[in-house]
Design a protein. Structure first.
Length: 359
Protein backbone atom coordinates (compact mmCIF):
# COMPACT_ATOMS: atom_id res chain seq x y z
CA UNK A 1 0.00 0.00 0.00
CA UNK A 2 1.21 3.51 -0.81
CA UNK A 3 -0.33 6.90 -0.15
CA UNK A 4 -1.55 8.84 -3.17
CA UNK A 5 -3.69 11.81 -4.18
CA UNK A 6 -6.68 10.34 -6.06
CA UNK A 7 -9.03 12.31 -8.33
CA UNK A 8 -12.34 10.39 -8.13
CA UNK A 9 -14.27 12.46 -10.70
CA UNK A 10 -14.07 15.72 -12.66
CA UNK A 11 -14.39 18.65 -10.30
CA UNK A 12 -14.29 16.50 -7.18
CA UNK A 13 -11.81 17.18 -4.37
CA UNK A 14 -8.62 15.15 -4.37
CA UNK A 15 -8.66 12.31 -1.85
CA UNK A 16 -5.49 11.32 -0.01
CA UNK A 17 -5.78 7.54 0.25
CA UNK A 18 -3.87 4.28 0.42
CA UNK A 19 -3.77 2.42 -2.89
CA UNK A 20 -2.68 -1.06 -3.93
CA UNK A 21 0.31 -0.79 -6.28
CA UNK A 22 1.34 -4.03 -8.04
CA UNK A 23 4.85 -5.22 -8.70
CA UNK A 24 6.16 -4.10 -12.10
CA UNK A 25 5.18 -6.32 -15.00
CA UNK A 26 7.16 -6.93 -18.21
CA UNK A 27 8.67 -3.68 -19.47
CA UNK A 28 7.71 -1.78 -16.32
CA UNK A 29 9.56 -0.02 -13.52
CA UNK A 30 8.59 0.77 -9.93
CA UNK A 31 9.83 4.14 -8.69
CA UNK A 32 9.86 5.66 -5.20
CA UNK A 33 9.17 9.37 -5.63
CA UNK A 34 11.45 11.97 -4.07
CA UNK A 35 9.42 14.95 -5.28
CA UNK A 36 6.63 15.91 -7.67
CA UNK A 37 5.80 19.34 -9.04
CA UNK A 38 2.23 20.65 -9.05
CA UNK A 39 1.62 21.82 -12.61
CA UNK A 40 -1.25 23.78 -14.12
CA UNK A 41 -1.92 20.76 -16.34
CA UNK A 42 -2.85 18.81 -13.19
CA UNK A 43 -5.38 21.52 -12.42
CA UNK A 44 -6.67 21.28 -16.01
CA UNK A 45 -7.14 17.54 -15.55
CA UNK A 46 -8.96 17.97 -12.26
CA UNK A 47 -11.44 20.53 -13.64
CA UNK A 48 -12.06 18.74 -16.93
CA UNK A 49 -10.27 21.14 -19.30
CA UNK A 50 -8.18 18.11 -20.28
CA UNK A 51 -9.78 14.68 -20.15
CA UNK A 52 -8.35 11.39 -18.90
CA UNK A 53 -9.99 8.20 -17.62
CA UNK A 54 -11.04 8.49 -13.97
CA UNK A 55 -10.57 7.79 -11.13
CA UNK A 56 -6.90 8.59 -11.51
CA UNK A 57 -3.77 9.53 -9.64
CA UNK A 58 -2.54 12.80 -11.11
CA UNK A 59 0.98 14.24 -11.12
CA UNK A 60 3.26 14.11 -14.14
CA UNK A 61 6.38 16.00 -13.07
CA UNK A 62 8.49 13.87 -10.79
CA UNK A 63 11.81 12.26 -9.94
CA UNK A 64 12.79 9.40 -7.70
CA UNK A 65 14.66 6.15 -7.26
CA UNK A 66 14.05 2.81 -8.97
CA UNK A 67 12.74 0.21 -6.50
CA UNK A 68 12.39 -2.75 -8.84
CA UNK A 69 12.12 -3.57 -12.53
CA UNK A 70 10.01 -6.00 -14.51
CA UNK A 71 11.00 -8.65 -17.00
CA UNK A 72 12.85 -7.34 -20.03
CA UNK A 73 14.09 -4.09 -18.46
CA UNK A 74 17.86 -4.31 -18.72
CA UNK A 75 18.92 -0.66 -18.78
CA UNK A 76 17.65 0.17 -15.27
CA UNK A 77 18.35 -1.31 -11.85
CA UNK A 78 17.17 -0.75 -8.27
CA UNK A 79 18.83 2.34 -6.84
CA UNK A 80 19.02 4.24 -10.12
CA UNK A 81 17.94 7.87 -9.82
CA UNK A 82 15.47 8.83 -12.53
CA UNK A 83 13.25 11.58 -13.93
CA UNK A 84 9.74 10.63 -15.04
CA UNK A 85 8.76 11.37 -18.65
CA UNK A 86 4.98 11.74 -18.94
CA UNK A 87 4.96 11.81 -22.76
CA UNK A 88 7.14 8.94 -24.03
CA UNK A 89 7.40 8.68 -27.79
CA UNK A 90 6.43 5.43 -29.47
CA UNK A 91 9.00 5.76 -32.25
CA UNK A 92 6.63 4.40 -34.88
CA UNK A 93 3.89 6.97 -35.57
CA UNK A 94 3.99 9.66 -38.27
CA UNK A 95 5.15 12.42 -35.91
CA UNK A 96 7.93 10.27 -34.47
CA UNK A 97 9.01 9.42 -37.99
CA UNK A 98 9.38 13.14 -38.66
CA UNK A 99 11.48 13.54 -35.50
CA UNK A 100 8.68 15.49 -33.78
CA UNK A 101 8.49 13.20 -30.77
CA UNK A 102 6.62 15.79 -28.68
CA UNK A 103 3.63 15.23 -31.00
CA UNK A 104 3.68 11.44 -30.72
CA UNK A 105 0.19 10.09 -31.45
CA UNK A 106 0.57 7.34 -28.85
CA UNK A 107 2.32 9.24 -26.06
CA UNK A 108 -0.66 9.23 -23.70
CA UNK A 109 -1.97 5.74 -24.39
CA UNK A 110 -0.81 4.62 -20.95
CA UNK A 111 -3.28 6.96 -19.27
CA UNK A 112 -6.08 4.57 -20.20
CA UNK A 113 -4.42 1.62 -18.46
CA UNK A 114 -5.39 0.35 -15.03
CA UNK A 115 -2.17 0.65 -13.07
CA UNK A 116 -3.33 0.32 -9.44
CA UNK A 117 -6.44 -0.18 -7.30
CA UNK A 118 -8.05 1.65 -4.45
CA UNK A 119 -8.30 0.07 -1.01
CA UNK A 120 -11.81 -1.17 -1.89
CA UNK A 121 -10.69 -2.69 -5.20
CA UNK A 122 -11.72 0.00 -7.72
CA UNK A 123 -9.57 0.46 -10.82
CA UNK A 124 -7.16 3.43 -10.89
CA UNK A 125 -5.58 5.08 -13.92
CA UNK A 126 -2.29 7.04 -14.11
CA UNK A 127 -3.44 10.59 -14.97
CA UNK A 128 -0.71 11.44 -17.48
CA UNK A 129 1.04 8.07 -17.63
CA UNK A 130 3.20 8.44 -14.51
CA UNK A 131 0.92 9.14 -11.49
CA UNK A 132 3.54 11.12 -9.59
CA UNK A 133 1.20 12.29 -6.79
CA UNK A 134 2.02 9.13 -4.84
CA UNK A 135 4.81 7.82 -2.67
CA UNK A 136 5.59 5.20 -5.33
CA UNK A 137 4.43 4.51 -8.87
CA UNK A 138 4.71 1.84 -11.56
CA UNK A 139 5.41 3.10 -15.09
CA UNK A 140 6.53 1.83 -18.46
CA UNK A 141 10.30 1.79 -18.87
CA UNK A 142 9.94 4.39 -21.66
CA UNK A 143 8.59 6.81 -19.02
CA UNK A 144 11.89 6.77 -17.13
CA UNK A 145 15.02 8.75 -17.93
CA UNK A 146 18.33 8.89 -16.01
CA UNK A 147 18.47 11.82 -13.60
CA UNK A 148 21.36 14.18 -14.37
CA UNK A 149 24.46 13.71 -12.24
CA UNK A 150 24.94 16.31 -9.55
CA UNK A 151 21.31 17.49 -9.52
CA UNK A 152 19.34 16.75 -6.32
CA UNK A 153 16.28 14.60 -7.03
CA UNK A 154 13.99 17.17 -5.44
CA UNK A 155 15.20 19.69 -8.02
CA UNK A 156 15.35 17.17 -10.86
CA UNK A 157 11.58 16.64 -10.57
CA UNK A 158 11.10 20.04 -12.25
CA UNK A 159 12.91 18.79 -15.34
CA UNK A 160 9.98 16.49 -16.09
CA UNK A 161 7.69 19.28 -17.26
CA UNK A 162 8.19 22.92 -16.19
CA UNK A 163 11.79 23.27 -17.31
CA UNK A 164 11.57 21.16 -20.46
CA UNK A 165 8.46 23.12 -21.46
CA UNK A 166 9.68 26.62 -20.63
CA UNK A 167 13.18 26.10 -21.98
CA UNK A 168 11.92 24.36 -25.08
CA UNK A 169 9.34 27.06 -25.81
CA UNK A 170 12.13 29.63 -25.97
CA UNK A 171 14.86 27.59 -27.65
CA UNK A 172 12.92 25.18 -29.90
CA UNK A 173 9.54 26.71 -30.66
CA UNK A 174 10.28 30.45 -30.64
CA UNK A 175 13.96 30.07 -31.55
CA UNK A 176 15.06 33.15 -29.58
CA UNK A 177 18.33 34.54 -30.89
CA UNK A 178 20.96 36.62 -29.05
CA UNK A 179 19.97 40.28 -28.86
CA UNK A 180 16.25 39.70 -29.42
CA UNK A 181 13.59 41.05 -27.07
CA UNK A 182 11.16 38.70 -25.34
CA UNK A 183 7.93 39.01 -23.37
CA UNK A 184 6.82 36.12 -21.16
CA UNK A 185 3.14 36.09 -20.16
CA UNK A 186 2.45 34.28 -16.90
CA UNK A 187 5.32 33.69 -14.49
CA UNK A 188 4.38 30.50 -12.72
CA UNK A 189 6.74 27.54 -12.91
CA UNK A 190 6.79 27.29 -16.72
CA UNK A 191 6.94 31.05 -17.20
CA UNK A 192 9.86 31.42 -14.79
CA UNK A 193 11.66 28.65 -16.68
CA UNK A 194 10.98 30.53 -19.92
CA UNK A 195 12.42 33.74 -18.43
CA UNK A 196 15.58 31.89 -17.44
CA UNK A 197 15.74 30.30 -20.89
CA UNK A 198 15.45 33.71 -22.58
CA UNK A 199 18.34 34.95 -20.45
CA UNK A 200 20.40 31.88 -21.41
CA UNK A 201 19.56 32.53 -25.08
CA UNK A 202 21.04 36.03 -24.81
CA UNK A 203 17.86 38.10 -25.06
CA UNK A 204 18.63 41.78 -24.70
CA UNK A 205 15.36 42.60 -22.95
CA UNK A 206 13.00 40.25 -21.12
CA UNK A 207 9.62 41.60 -20.11
CA UNK A 208 7.71 39.46 -17.60
CA UNK A 209 3.93 39.94 -17.52
CA UNK A 210 1.60 38.67 -14.82
CA UNK A 211 -1.62 39.68 -13.06
CA UNK A 212 0.15 39.58 -9.69
CA UNK A 213 2.43 42.48 -8.63
CA UNK A 214 3.90 40.16 -5.98
CA UNK A 215 5.67 38.04 -8.60
CA UNK A 216 7.99 40.82 -9.75
CA UNK A 217 10.81 39.71 -7.44
CA UNK A 218 10.61 36.13 -8.73
CA UNK A 219 10.62 37.31 -12.34
CA UNK A 220 13.57 39.65 -11.92
CA UNK A 221 15.56 36.99 -10.03
CA UNK A 222 15.01 34.68 -13.01
CA UNK A 223 16.36 37.29 -15.42
CA UNK A 224 13.52 39.64 -16.34
CA UNK A 225 14.71 43.16 -17.10
CA UNK A 226 11.19 44.61 -16.90
CA UNK A 227 7.93 43.71 -15.19
CA UNK A 228 4.43 44.63 -16.32
CA UNK A 229 1.29 43.99 -14.28
CA UNK A 230 -1.28 42.73 -16.78
CA UNK A 231 -4.02 45.18 -17.71
CA UNK A 232 -5.95 46.42 -20.72
CA UNK A 233 -2.90 48.43 -21.82
CA UNK A 234 -0.27 45.69 -21.58
CA UNK A 235 0.56 45.54 -25.31
CA UNK A 236 0.93 49.34 -25.43
CA UNK A 237 3.21 49.29 -22.38
CA UNK A 238 5.45 46.67 -23.96
CA UNK A 239 5.67 48.63 -27.20
CA UNK A 240 6.64 51.63 -25.09
CA UNK A 241 9.52 49.64 -23.61
CA UNK A 242 10.78 48.65 -27.06
CA UNK A 243 10.91 51.90 -29.00
CA UNK A 244 7.24 51.59 -30.01
CA UNK A 245 8.09 48.46 -32.03
CA UNK A 246 7.04 45.58 -29.80
CA UNK A 247 9.10 42.57 -28.77
CA UNK A 248 10.57 40.09 -31.21
CA UNK A 249 9.07 37.14 -29.35
CA UNK A 250 6.16 36.62 -26.96
CA UNK A 251 5.78 33.39 -24.96
CA UNK A 252 2.25 32.88 -23.61
CA UNK A 253 2.11 30.55 -20.60
CA UNK A 254 -1.48 31.20 -19.50
CA UNK A 255 -3.80 29.64 -22.09
CA UNK A 256 -6.49 32.32 -22.18
CA UNK A 257 -7.84 33.84 -25.36
CA UNK A 258 -7.37 37.43 -24.17
CA UNK A 259 -3.79 36.77 -23.11
CA UNK A 260 -2.93 35.04 -26.38
CA UNK A 261 -4.35 37.99 -28.31
CA UNK A 262 -2.42 40.48 -26.14
CA UNK A 263 0.81 38.52 -26.53
CA UNK A 264 0.38 38.58 -30.31
CA UNK A 265 -0.33 42.32 -30.27
CA UNK A 266 2.75 43.02 -28.17
CA UNK A 267 5.15 41.68 -30.80
CA UNK A 268 6.69 43.79 -33.52
CA UNK A 269 5.72 43.55 -37.16
CA UNK A 270 7.05 40.14 -38.19
CA UNK A 271 7.25 39.04 -34.55
CA UNK A 272 6.67 35.54 -33.20
CA UNK A 273 4.24 34.35 -30.53
CA UNK A 274 4.49 30.88 -28.99
CA UNK A 275 1.49 29.63 -27.03
CA UNK A 276 2.42 27.25 -24.22
CA UNK A 277 -0.63 27.66 -21.99
CA UNK A 278 -3.43 25.09 -22.22
CA UNK A 279 -6.83 26.73 -22.59
CA UNK A 280 -10.33 25.34 -22.85
CA UNK A 281 -12.03 24.80 -26.20
CA UNK A 282 -14.39 27.66 -25.33
CA UNK A 283 -11.45 30.10 -25.44
CA UNK A 284 -11.78 31.54 -28.97
CA UNK A 285 -9.02 33.79 -30.35
CA UNK A 286 -10.04 35.96 -33.32
CA UNK A 287 -8.08 37.86 -35.97
CA UNK A 288 -9.18 39.68 -39.08
CA UNK A 289 -7.65 38.87 -42.44
CA UNK A 290 -6.21 42.35 -43.01
CA UNK A 291 -4.22 42.46 -39.76
CA UNK A 292 -2.76 39.02 -40.40
CA UNK A 293 -1.44 40.30 -43.73
CA UNK A 294 -0.33 43.69 -42.44
CA UNK A 295 1.54 42.60 -39.31
CA UNK A 296 3.18 39.50 -40.80
CA UNK A 297 3.35 37.94 -37.35
CA UNK A 298 3.63 34.23 -36.56
CA UNK A 299 1.44 32.47 -33.99
CA UNK A 300 2.37 28.90 -33.08
CA UNK A 301 1.37 26.25 -30.59
CA UNK A 302 3.89 24.48 -28.43
CA UNK A 303 3.56 21.01 -26.89
CA UNK A 304 5.97 20.04 -24.10
CA UNK A 305 8.30 22.79 -25.30
CA UNK A 306 8.74 20.94 -28.62
CA UNK A 307 11.28 18.98 -26.59
CA UNK A 308 12.84 15.56 -26.89
CA UNK A 309 13.61 14.71 -23.24
CA UNK A 310 16.35 12.22 -24.12
CA UNK A 311 18.11 14.92 -26.16
CA UNK A 312 17.38 17.92 -23.97
CA UNK A 313 17.91 16.67 -20.40
CA UNK A 314 21.71 16.46 -20.81
CA UNK A 315 21.71 20.02 -22.21
CA UNK A 316 19.68 21.28 -19.26
CA UNK A 317 21.96 19.43 -16.84
CA UNK A 318 24.94 21.25 -18.28
CA UNK A 319 23.19 24.61 -17.79
CA UNK A 320 22.43 23.64 -14.19
CA UNK A 321 26.00 22.59 -13.43
CA UNK A 322 27.27 25.84 -14.98
CA UNK A 323 24.85 27.82 -12.75
CA UNK A 324 23.07 29.28 -15.76
CA UNK A 325 19.83 27.54 -14.83
CA UNK A 326 18.56 27.69 -11.25
CA UNK A 327 15.88 25.09 -10.57
CA UNK A 328 15.40 26.17 -6.97
CA UNK A 329 14.35 29.64 -8.10
CA UNK A 330 11.22 28.15 -9.68
CA UNK A 331 9.95 26.71 -6.38
CA UNK A 332 7.98 28.95 -4.05
CA UNK A 333 6.44 26.29 -1.82
CA UNK A 334 7.36 22.80 -0.60
CA UNK A 335 4.35 20.79 0.51
CA UNK A 336 3.06 17.35 1.45
CA UNK A 337 0.45 15.42 -0.54
CA UNK A 338 -2.25 17.03 1.58
CA UNK A 339 -1.15 20.46 0.32
CA UNK A 340 -1.99 19.84 -3.34
CA UNK A 341 -5.58 21.22 -3.20
CA UNK A 342 -4.28 24.47 -1.67
CA UNK A 343 -1.62 24.61 -4.39
CA UNK A 344 -4.42 24.32 -6.99
CA UNK A 345 -6.19 27.26 -5.34
CA UNK A 346 -3.00 29.31 -5.43
CA UNK A 347 -2.63 28.63 -9.15
CA UNK A 348 -6.21 29.73 -9.76
CA UNK A 349 -5.47 32.92 -7.84
CA UNK A 350 -2.24 33.54 -9.77
CA UNK A 351 -0.02 33.15 -6.72
CA UNK A 352 3.54 31.90 -6.57
CA UNK A 353 5.73 29.83 -8.86
CA UNK A 354 6.00 26.04 -8.59
CA UNK A 355 4.70 24.10 -5.58
CA UNK A 356 6.76 20.97 -5.02
CA UNK A 357 5.50 17.89 -3.18
CA UNK A 358 8.35 16.46 -1.10
CA UNK A 359 8.06 12.80 -0.12
Amino acid sequence: MVRAAVLPAVGAPLEIADIHLPDPGPGQVRVRLAAAGVCHSDLSLSNGTMRVPLPAVLGHEGAGTVVSVGEGVAHLAPGDEVVLNWAPSCGGCHACGLGEVWLCANALNGSADVYARTADGADLHPGLNVAAFAEETVVGASCVLPAPDGVPLTDAALLGCAVLTGYGAVHHSAGVRPGETVAVYGVGGVGLAAVQAARIAGASRIVAVDVSPEKEGLARAAGATDYVVASGTTAREIRGLTGKQGVDVAVECVGRAATIRTAWESTRRGGRTTVVGIGGKDQQVTFNALEIFHWGRTLSGCVYGNSDPARDLPVLAEHIRAARLDLGALVTERIALEGIPAAFENMLAGKGGRALVIF
